[in-house]
Design a protein around this ligand. Structure first.
Ligand SMILES: Cc1cc2nc3c(=O)[nH]c(=O)nc-3n(C[C@H](O)[C@H](O)[C@H](O)COP(=O)(O)O)c2cc1C
Ligand SMILES: [Fe+2]
Ligand SMILES: [Fe+2]
Length: 401
């Protein structure tokens, strides 16, 4: 994609990445991702963030479409993760007058990641830099996503560059702005990004929203995904809802099964949820990448987990899902657990050990031996009904508040 002016004197110069299979080496990218970088052109010129090293040439080409690289005075590094800082050494080599602006916490990272120790100026929280006709103000937002992270606000055009905050997966398909797409088509990938990348930092996200909402914002320009100019409040509200653990009054059922006993029970549980009048999304943990499982668990208030016992513990794909959910610090869920065994069992107890410290409300648990009997299937249906009923109650309480 070519450089594109997003406001007078402010240009998007980022790239689409459709070739990285796994973001951070873990998260699949079926629709790609973008690394957005921006040029702010006053009498002096600032580049806001760079891109992944692999795409340095594309970034340099985009910048050159707008200005000569020698004209760069500042490179603002909002965040040091290499998906944004990787091309920094390449830019610095071609921009002899540029100074790097970053938080003091970024300095040791600049030195160790890239050996950059000169032409760096730390900026404090609230500090401003006048570019002549444009002006930047820096707002530290630690842990959205790393401790050194900040957002940069351009005062004359009221554009807030937020880097990872308010970003999402999904490359920009010939578009840049929220008003050029059906936003709902991007929302699932924004939530998959939120839940897997910044979800564990939900409290810092809420603190950042609180801190930034005093600014007069015309455009939110993150470094992944859509630029929000029609409705910047929409992305703030989505992030705020997800960070507050708000969820749909529906149920996510994640299960694993080796030979079909647990999956038969999962069908009965799902029927029970539906009987109680709620929607249920059923996902096989072994056949669905965990990033999608985490997204679906983030989306709905009810979460039912089912697994056979495997080597005295939880069937591994379900265990991995639970470990990651714990890491991502998902809170406030209404939960049911079921599990099967061949001789002694263990899956249900081990799931409970993992679930206990998370503070979720466990409504029902159910262990069964071998092939589910008619009685087991009836209990499974009842487990689904109980979870659904409790989710419905919790939703009506939330609505009343
Ligand atoms: C590799 C493997 C390991 C197992 N380990 C245990 C175990 O440690 N304890 C136990 O009670 N059952 C164990 N089982 C038996 C299963 O938990 C049991 O057959 C269960 O009903 C399988 O459910 P499924 O049909 O949903 O896969 C194991 C089964 C397999 C294939
Ligand atoms: Fe990041
Ligand atoms: Fe990022």
């Amino acid at each position: 994609m070519n450089a594109r002016e997003i406001r007078p004197g402010i240009f998007w110069v980022g790239v689409n990445d459709r070739t990285t299979d796994l973001f951070e080496g873990v998260w699949p990218l079926p629709h790609g991702v973008s690394y957005n970088a921006y040029l702010v052109i006053g009498e002096r010129v600032a580049l806001i963030d760079t891109v992944k090293a692999h795409f340095a040439e594309d970034l340099l080409r985009n910048i050159s479409q707008v200005i000569s690289l020698e004209r760069l005075d500042y490179i603002v590094v909002n965040h040091m993760e290499p998906d944004h800082s990787g091309a920094l050494p390449a830019v610095l080599r071609q921009a002899p007058s540029a100074t790097v602006l970053a938080t003091p916490q970024a300095l040791p990272m600049l030195a160790s990641f890239y050996g950059i120790t000169e032409r760096v100026k730390p900026v404090s929280d609230g500090e401003r830099i006048d570019l002549g006709g444009k002006a930047l103000a820096f707002h530290h937002i630690p842990f959205v996503h790393w401790p050194e992270t900040m957002a940069t606000y351009e005062e004359t055009e009221r554009v807030l560059f937020t880097c990872d905050a308010f970003g999402g997966f999904h490359a920009l398909d010939g578009v840049l702005f929220d008003d050029e797409v059906e936003v709902w088509e991007y929302e699932d990938e924004i939530l998959r990004y939120f839940s897997n990348i910044v979800g564990m930092h939900s409290r810092p996200v809420l603190r950042a929203i609180e801190k930034l909402k005093g600014l007069d914002i015309a455009v939110i320009a993150p470094s992944h995904g859509l630029v929000w100019r029609r409705d910047p409040v929409h992305i703030l509200e989505m992030y705020s809802r997800w960070a507050r653990m708000e969820a749909l009054p529906e149920v996510t059922l994640v299960f694993g099964s080796m030979y079909g006993f647990t999956s038969r029970m999962a069908e009965a549980v799902a029927r029970g949820v539906k009987k109680a009048g709620l929607k249920v999304k059923v996902l096989d943990a072994a056949r669905t990448h965990v990033s999608f499982l985490i997204r679906e668990a983030w989306k709905r208030k009810g979460l039912i987990i089912g697994a056979p016992t495997y080597d005295t513990g939880i069937f591994p794909p379900v265990e991995y899902f639970l470990r990651l959910l714990e890491r991502k610090r998902l809170r406030d869920r209404v939960v049911g657990v079921f599990g099967s065994y061949g001789w002694k069992g263990g899956a249900v107890d081990k799931i409970m050990e993992r679930v206990g410290p998370l503070g979720w409300e466990v409504v029902d648990t159910l262990g069964f031996h071998g092939a589910p009997s008619p009685d087991d299937l009836a209990r499974a249906e009842s487990l689904g009904e109980k979870v659904a009923t409790r989710v419905r109650e919790a939703a009506s309480v939330a609505e009343a508040i």
